[in-house]
Design a protein around this ligand. Sequence first.
Ligand code: FA5
Length: 350
Amino acid sequence: MESRITALREKFEAELSKIENSAELESIRVQYLGKKGSVTDLLKGMKELSNDERKALGAKVNELKGAVANKIAEKTAELKEKEIEREINSMPEFDISMPAKLERGSYHPITLVQREVERIFKSMGFTVEDYSEVVTDYECFESLNIPKHHPARDMQDTYYLENGQLLKSQTSAAQNAIYKKYKDALVNDGVPIKAIFPGRCFRNEATDACHENTFFQMEGVMVDKNISISNLIYFMKTMLSEVFQKDIKVRLRPGFFPFVEPGFELDISCLICGGEGCPSCKHSGWLELCPCGMIHPEVLKAGGIDPDEYTGFAFGLGLTRLVMMKYGIKDIRDLNSGSLKSLSQFTDDE
Ligand code: FA5
């Protein structure tokens, strides 16, 4: 019996050393440890031995059984490792430290023109202010001399929140806060208020080639002693000639806005059709670009500024329309389309 145990161990070790895959290993496991396996057979044969022999040999057979099971477990782990190694070696080579092959993004044309206009006004001593897109009725209308039920509100229907706030329909909504922010410096230190505030505006209206429900304006105000319409015209002309780098034909006509008196519409000759008329200018040859005027005394008062002592001008530049004119974009909706093919052609590689 003892020699059978030794022979079986040697046979098992010899066969195990030739195993190369898990299927062969499983078959050898069944061959030795399975119900009808050689080691199981040896254990069954123990019944025929005397008590003393069983004691002595039983331990050896059990030791063989344990050794076979351990060697099979070791071989399983060894084969698994080899399989993983084979899999790794069969993978195509790649370098995880290689940079991704992504195209560089570019700035939106509105961002580029906004920055350009900001640069121009900053060089003339204006500060650039940031303002919320969600505002109160007071900020957007009442402080601007547009009380509830005033017909001027019909021109600027917007989107209302359940708490009564609204998405601002005009950058003029920031005027009151700007006056309050700088009035002390104006009154106490004689520092004129010169500020521009770009922002996204919203209107609940049908879209067409020159109207969007979401667009950008750039508001500007200047308040000091003796500010007149001449100051307003000077700043508008300087800004436009810098943006377009050429003389632009403009016209000023009367316009009504409850927060300015007198009020004007500043139009520019349509640069898409050269003034002949097209869908972008509603076939008029002119594009309404920058309403403006002298700040209404009631609006100054609401901002804490004495209108008997100070005057000022305000303008509300249609930034999105300015972008259309600068880049010859025929349909305003292209600017919100998210189409990189359309947008990237207008942008510099900044
Ligand atoms: C205003 O919004 C006034 N707050 C402007 C103003 C400011 C007047 C300060 C006086 C003093 P208006 O609704 O006309 O005005 O809009 C101003 C400009 O924004 C327009 O000339 C136009 O260029 C642009 N604009 C208005 N509505 C849209 C729209 N739906 N889509 C694209 N641009 C628009």
